[in-house]
Design a protein around this ligand. Structure first.
Ligand SMILES: Cc1cc2nc3c(=O)[nH]c(=O)nc-3n(C[C@H](O)[C@H](O)[C@H](O)COP(=O)(O)O)c2cc1C
Ligand code: SF4
Length: 481
């Protein structure tokens, strides 16, 4: 029986657990930080010396931790790219924007266990020689910002933050910065611009890789809330032990936001790859199945920008057997393990780990129109393909859902969506707005064409007027004679 595995959310939902520091300390809080700060330089077999900071970075690399914000990039590798020779200060930013539609995991940590995030952040900062860090929180989460500020004050009062932390000589300050509420503020370089007080226009990479030219043009690490919490657990249990959780290359746990037409929507923490999409939807420990009398129609597996899966869709996935042999197996969408690699292999992604379930009551054209309207509204407008393309797609979908569609709209939508991504835009929003259109239209094309055709027929009838002239009355008949 698949079960939740609570690592990050171990205490958050326990009765009586509160977000204050005393409660956190009673549950072993800040012990991982103390452990990190107490590390001593280590002599390696080759005679070289490894500093405590290098040891911590090595643990994170060993753990296999991949970013929980969306792209699933290796955290250890990201940290290894930081320019440590420039002589400039290194900054760390916690991305608490949580703006991908369908995602509601980071706010659970912030609201219920903010010290866990701060614990992980201080360790990450120490490991990377950071002296100033920020938590960039979504503007629409004022309570979260208040809770974080309160928690930071509590941590300062106990000298976990500030000057000469716990007498080690290490200084660190963390500030909370509230965004003004735009999806693009979650994109790391847009976020950095916003933090600098400007419009959140994403920066072009290269040259503006945050690890080299980030905040104030200094080396900067941007990590998601959940990723930074994982750092705390990696230090507590060791990278090797952490890597035993989950599956190879998909280590640790993930908090899945499950929404839509399931009986028990909510957030569930699982060992990565140990639970399938079907189990998350149907198992009593998770979604508990669809609403009574309904059938599954589609699943968006990783937040609104992930490509949709159609019920019954099958994929050819490579799997390693117990004998080490790799074979190709046909896998139903519901049997896909919920991890980074399986979902990429199936042509989509786990993204921000937000599953949106749609049953057969859903009008798929309406659903896509809703998603596309969001992206057209949120494009920052710097790149022509994204700014114009997202708007054209939204307009075409608007007419399809307002009785003004055309049978050719399906092909028109695909043509636009195919011409936005693939290096034509500054940031990955180009992909984010195109993937839903490409996948919804390709997989449910008949519904888009049928809607457009019905609208065309309706308009044709209206233009032609009554199709047969009224039968002549007796007087007209008499005149003609
Ligand atoms: C349009 C767009 C929106 C994003 N929104 C978020 C977000 O709300 N939260 C987040 O953590 N990452 C978001 N990301 C990903 C970030 O750019 C970045 O990769 C992430 O914060 C890195 O953290 P991680 O390595 O710990 O995952 C977004 C990316 C794009 C392209
Ligand atoms: S891809 Fe879109 S959101 Fe990203 S920079 Fe270009 S216009 Fe802005």
């Amino acid at each position: 029986m698949p079960q939740e595995y609570k690592l990050v959310l171990k205490y958050a939902d326990q009765p009586g657990y509160t977000p204050d520091i005393d409660c956190y300390l009673r549950h072993g809080g800040y012990e991982p930080l103390k452990k990190a700060l107490a590390l001593q330089p280590k002599t390696l077999p080759d005679g070289k010396t490894q500093s405590p900071q290098e040891q911590l970075r090595q643990e994170v690399m060993t753990s296999g931790l991949r970013g929980r914000g969306g792209a699933g990039f290796s955290c250890g590798l990201k940290w290894s790219f930081v320019d440590r020779k420039s002589g400039k200060p290194i900054y760390l930013i916690c991305n608490a924007d949580e703006s991908e539609p369908g995602t509601f995991k980071d706010r659970q940590i912030i609201h219920k266990d903010p010290h866990q995030l701060i614990d992980g952040m201080i360790i990450a900062c120490f490991a990377n020689d950071v002296k100033l860090a920020y938590i960039y929180i979504r503007g629409e989460m004022p309570d979260g910002a208040k809770l974080l500020n309160k928690a930071l004050n509590e941590a300062r009062a106990k000298n976990f933050l500030g000057k000469n932390i716990l007498g080690t000589g290490y200084d660190l300050e963390i500030y909370v910065h509230r965004g003004a509420g735009a999806y693009i503020c979650g994109e790391e370089t847009g976020l950095i611009e916003s933090l600098e007080g400007k419009r959140p226009y994403p920066r072009i990479k290269p040259p503006y890789f945050p690890a080299v030219l980030g905040l104030w043009m200094c080396p900067t690490i941007v990590n998601n809330v959940e990723t930074l919490c994982d750092v705390k657990h990696i230090v507590a249990m060791g990278g090797v032990e952490y890597a035993k959780l989950g599956t190879p290359n998909n280590t640790g746990t993930r908090i899945v936001s499950l929404s839509g037409h399931v009986k028990r929507p909510g957030y569930y923490e699982i060992e990565t790859g140990k639970v399938t999409i079907g189990q998350l939807i149907n198992d009593p420990a998770f979604g508990g199945g669809l609403r009574d009398g309904r059938k599954l129609k589609a699943v968006i597996p990783g937040g609104s920008s992930a490509k949709v899966f159609k019920a019954g869709e099958k994929f050819k996935l490579k799997r390693k057997g117990p004998d080490g042999q790799v074979t190709e197996q046909e896998t139903d969408m519901l049997d896909l393990p919920y991890d980074f690699d399986s979902l990429i292999a199936a042509g989509s992604m786990s993204g921000s780990s937000a599953i949106i379930v749609m049953d057969d009551s859903v009008d798929i054209v309406e659903a896509l129109a809703n998603i596309s309207e969001f992206y057209a509204h949120e494009s920052c407008g710097q790149c022509t393909p994204c700014r114009e393309g997202s708007l054209w797609m939204s307009k075409a979908l608007h007419r399809l859902t307002h009785g003004e569609g055309r049978a050719s709209d399906a092909d028109y939508l695909i043509k636009i969506a195919d011409n936005i991504p693939g290096g034509r835009t500054i940031c990955a929003f180009g992909e984010a707005c195109s993937w839903p259109v490409q996948s919804f239209v390709a997989k449910f094309k008949d519904e888009f064409v049928a809607k457009g055709k019905a609208d065309e027929e309706c308009r044709a009838k209206e233009t032609a007027g009554p199709s047969t002239p009224p039968a002549p009355g007796p007087r007209e008949l008499a005149t003609h004679h």
